[in-house]
Design a protein around this ligand. Structure first.
Ligand code: ACM
Length: 740
């Protein structure tokens, strides 16, 4: 192109432990410690009829003796007022899952069925003896959950642990048939990593506050605890800044790319209608408070000093020399626009940081730092002059200046900065953290230099990649990233194990260039984020695909019943879906091979403005498809449905390799060649009837050339000729028509 916890209270019961359980517990603990095979009951992966816990806990022991709720079930908050919203929510979910009313016992009437038990850190650690101690930073998130005939106890040394214990209780109860007893068990659990994050890009497309609150709910149900909120980029600035109101008021709106949006005149302005909006500070406070109630920290990102076009459009004096921007742009990719080095620019950025500090209580603030193109700095005499004034010799030092200035500004407020791994090229202050996205190399380097780091590598944890290639899958980046791909991610490669203490955790990123709607954002997130949650939470030696996919299968209906949109049944999301029977006479774009996958996208049409739009799987540099082994016997013609798309990509030098095949008619044509893309031309479908339709058009059938007669089979290469780079054409489907 970033946890909160608190205080104490009492245990309630002394437990009567069945002797058999004690023996089992000792066995289990030592077995866990030694990594030897465990009894079925002690191993959380294999416990027979074990609940669908996601993520898998560190240790689970089923007990004989279930809890059988009689009448209303009381949940005693034990004075943890800060936990009340979450406890109320969990009580509601438990009521639905159990068919028994579960309510909060605010009176502290002493007759609670579910008890929250805040214990000392030492006590909590003592429970893990032999089961692998949680890391110090994670003790507050550790919990013990016991379900026994007398009721339920959740013990933890921090409110985060109590919250996660309640979530696990809900998962245990909702894994059982409605109305059945709550199975007896002991769960002892702590996360592997402190940072289990999801990034949402609200710049490229914006989501409502309600969507974000729902996302936070869904995150908490999987113990994901960092919401990284990408709030500025070239295509929009989405955060209200009181001191500099135009950032959002101007920077939050753009005319989308394509002819259809250009023709969509807003009667109020007489200009093309703008897409956009921004989050008011009131919105942000709501999101941050809601997240805190769910033990989630919000890490805001303002991208500096690149990806700055929307801000420069709002205040052109932020830009370099003659690069003032008139309008917020709508192309995807990497713009060259960067902030200049004037004091006034730093003043604005510091004002922005001051308002951010007041809004976001978390420790980290994300400064972006990715994909900075230095060309404008290099060419600008004024920037050279400023570099001299500031004693900066190299262009790289310019990026460093932004990191240093903002870090220094934020430090007195107790904040630390985090940035994408390009910031490693600067002389980073030691307290800065690094988010590794260009693979995991950035994390390895950061940890070796003593920086905290989060692993968020593309493409493995980039949720803008499509989840499968089924025809109903929404648009996204090409190259399938399945749940399995995410699950198999190793957050501790060999090069990092020696520097384990610097690995904060893992994060997946949902960039939204191609994700226009909230429903699709959710679809792209789930259930891959369930796999992410287990990668971040569960000890690596306990992670195992078979068990996970079984639990996931039970979990998907639970996601559906909670209203969480997800990518479908387990087969669909694991890539194990049986190939659909292919129609011998027809191929959808996603059933064809691409001639190349240099920049492969599943792109949505820009039209119609309202209603369903087609999506096309296409390599934007070479729009070209292969139908392997097409059955040509008795075929007389070919027809197809095609769409025209804006070429709205800032792709630097790569643009020079965009293939533009010369047309025979002014409007161009779709061509079909036999055997390969330099083989004989066997059909030509003129695009003239489609040029005035910005949406998809079904072209009239074109007869096949004689050369096909007598051929029973052959590969077909489908391409488009066109007079200009833009618009470019893409195939929706193609059909062979039998000869009359
Ligand atoms: C990034 O994907 N540019 C961090």
């Amino acid at each position: 192109m970033s946890g909160t916890m608190r205080f104490p209270r009492f245990p309630r019961l002394s437990f009567t432990r069945p002797l058999g359980f004690l023996v089992l517990a000792c066995f289990a603990a030592s077995a866990l410690a030694q990594g030897v095979p465990r009894s079925d009951v002690a191993d959380p992966r294999h416990a027979a009829s074990a609940p669908a816990f996601l993520p898998l806990p560190r240790s689970l022991q089923l007990r004989s003796g279930a809890y059988e709720p009689e009448g209303a079930v009381a949940l005693d908050l034990a004075g943890h007022a800060a936990l009340e919203p979450l406890a109320l929510w969990m009580a509601g979910l438990l009521s639905e899952a159990s068919g028994q009313e579960v309510s909060l016992d605010r009176e502290d009437a002493g007759r609670a069925d579910i008890v929250l038990d805040l214990v000392s850190t030492e006590d909590m650690l003592a429970r893990f003896t032999g089961a692998g101690l949680p890391r110090p930073a994670q003790v507050g998130e550790a919990y013990a959950l016991r379900i026994e005939p007398e009721g339920v106890t959740v013990s933890a040394s921090g409110e985060a642990g109590l919250a996660w214990g309640l979530v696990s209780l809900w998962q245990a109860v909702s894994s059982r048939p409605l109305g059945s007893e709550w199975p007896g068990m002991d769960v002892l659990d702590a996360p592997e990593f402190a940072w289990r994050g999801l990034m949402l890009d609200s710049s490229r497309h914006m989501q409502s506050v309600d969507y974000i609150l729902g996302l936070l709910d869904a995150m908490a149900l999987h113990k994901l605890n960092v919401f990284h909120w990408h709030l500025s980029d070239d295509q929009a600035w989405r955060l209200e800044i009181k001191a500099w109101p135009e950032l959002a008021r101007v920077g939050g709106y753009r005319v989308p790319a394509g002819q259809a949006p250009l023709d969509d005149i807003d009667p109020a302005t007489g200009e093309p209608r703008r897409y956009g909006g921004y989050y008011t500070q009131e919105d942000v406070r709501r999101v941050v408070a809601y997240a805190a109630e769910r033990q989630i920290t919000v890490v805001p990102e303002i991208d500096v000093p690149g990806h700055a076009t929307a801000a420069i459009a709002a205040y052109p004096w932020l830009g370099v020399d003659d690069h003032g921007i008139e309008d917020v742009p709508a192309s995807w990719g990497i713009y060259h626009n960067v902030f200049n080095l004037e004091e006034k620019t730093f003043g604005l950025l510091e004002d922005v940081m001051d308002e951010i500090v007041a809004l976001f209580p978390g420790e980290y603030i994300h400064l972006g730092g990715d994909e900075v193109v230095t060309e404008q700095w290099e060419r600008s005499p004024r920037v050279r002059e400023r570099m001299e004034e500031l004693g900066i010799e190299e262009l790289q030092g310019v990026q460093n200046l932004f990191v240093e200035r903002l870090q220094a500004h934020l430090e007195p407020a107790g904040k630390r900065i985090i940035g994408w791994d390009e910031i490693l090229e600067s002389d980073l202050p030691p307290q800065a953290a690094v988010m590794s996205w260009r693979g995991v190399q950035g994390a390895i380097e950061a940890a070796a230099k003593g920086h905290q780091t989060v692993l968020s590598p593309a493409p493995t944890l980039y949720f803008d990649h499509v989840q499968n290639e089924l025809p109903n899958a929404p648009p996204g980046r090409g190259g399938v990233i399945t749940v399995r791909t995410v699950y198999d991610f190793d957050p501790l490669p060999a090069e990092l194990t020696g520097n384990r203490e610097f690995v904060l955790g893992v994060q997946a990123n949902l960039w939204t260039e191609h994700i226009r709607t909230e429903e699709r954002a959710a679809w792209m997130t789930w259930p891959r984020a369930v796999a992410l949650a287990e990668v971040g939470w569960t000890a690596p030696e306990l992670r195992e695909w078979e068990g996970f996919s079984t639990r996931l299968e039970s979990h998907l209906p639970r996601l559906s019943s909670l209203g969480i949109t997800h990518a479908g049944d387990t087969q669909a999301v694991t890539g194990a879906a049986p190939a659909l029977a292919l129609d011998p006479l027809r191929r959808e774009d996603r059933e064809l091979e691409l001639c190349q996958s240099a920049i492969e996208l599943v792109l949505e049409d820009d039209a119609p403005l309202d209603g369903e739009r087609e999506a096309f799987r296409v390599d934007i540099l070479k729009p070209c498809w292969i139908w392997r082994d097409a059955d040509l016997s008795g075929i007389g013609a070919v027809r197809a449905r095609v769409g025209q798309l804006p070429f709205n990509f800032e792709i630097g030098e790569a643009i020079n390799s965009a293939e533009i095949l010369p047309p025979r008619s002014p409007e161009g044509e779709m061509t079909v060649r036999l055997d390969d893309c330099s083989g004989p031309l066997i059909a030509e479908l003129p695009l003239a009837p489609a040029v005035n339709n910005p949406a998809a058009t079904t072209l009239a059938p074109a007869s096949l050339a004689d050369v096909v007669a007598g051929r029973s089979q052959g590969d077909l290469c489908i391409q488009f000729t066109r007079p200009t780079l833009e618009p470019f054409w893409a195939l929706d489907w193609i059909e062979l028509v039998p000869a009359q």
